[in-house]
Design a protein around this ligand. Sequence first.
Ligand code: PMV
Length: 333
Amino acid sequence: MLTKSEFAERILNGHTPSIKEKATAFAPANIALIKYWGKRDSQLNLPVTDSLSIDLGNLGTETTVEPSGSDIVILNGNKLAPEDAFAVKVINFVDLFRNALNQAATNRPALTITTNNNIPTGAGVASSASGFAAMTMALDQFYGLGLAGRELSLLANLGSGSASRSIFTGFVYRHAGTDPDGMDSYSEPLPYTWPELKIGLITVSAKAKQVSSRDGMERTVATSPLYKKWPDQVKSDMAKMLDAIKAKDFELLGATAENNALAMHECMRAATPPLNYFEPETEAIICKVQELRKEGLPIYLTIDAGPNVKLLYLNKDEEKVKTEFPDMRVVNR
Ligand code: PMV
């Protein structure tokens, strides 16, 4: 098994940096239609199962990398203290590149990393996926490496598992892979588009989650009796999802995404101690969506490790969906 540094070295070996004055990259946030929950290697963030996502268009992160006198991290306009947890995470990530590119400690430029999330505060969408993807792309450009998308997705994954998918737009497939070294655990874009498919964000709470996805995954894998069935569920849901996307079968896509998300939350709730990311309002929205469907409105939902709900519907139904959920934020893709 490799360490994160060895993994980054394996990918970056043989690349000679040609440092630019400055580099900026944007990556979109993404929402998984088939979820990733559980790591086969927690150090390298290698997932137990494949996953599949769709990007959130212009909602995401823009990151700029440039040389400076000392390492500085600026998040949404605020210069962070060097000991700030996020700043430490960013600098550790940057160090994976600096070390792998054999930049002697005395001779490697300190960097200013400026990262801005345009995901509106309280949109209930995590920024770690777009954040690490944008940082990976900006570092690739700054060092003039010209890495392929697959390599970028492998590196972004070292920051956060879902970041691997944010390297690409559209429908993105993340392979779990089987290689203990993780070199086959990459993401790739799928060759299908579906402009009619819309996503709406409903924020139930903008508070940070009490249990991180890393800790939540560990607890679920270690203690939930339902987790044993999760890999098979993902396999069968994935086959349905791919059929749905190819055939543009919205009911199949929606039903599969919703079942997959609710099954993930069932697995979490069966953990010891139980893990429940929902708020009462989350439950109320789930009931409302199911009721609306009974009344004939084709609308489905998916929920990540938090209380916020993402609605899935078709463009033709947007006005009706907006009337039912006036607080919903429509994603422009
Ligand atoms: O990338 P992480 O470690 O934040 O985990 C993401 C977990 C989920 O959002 C719940 C599912 C997913 O596939 O994005």
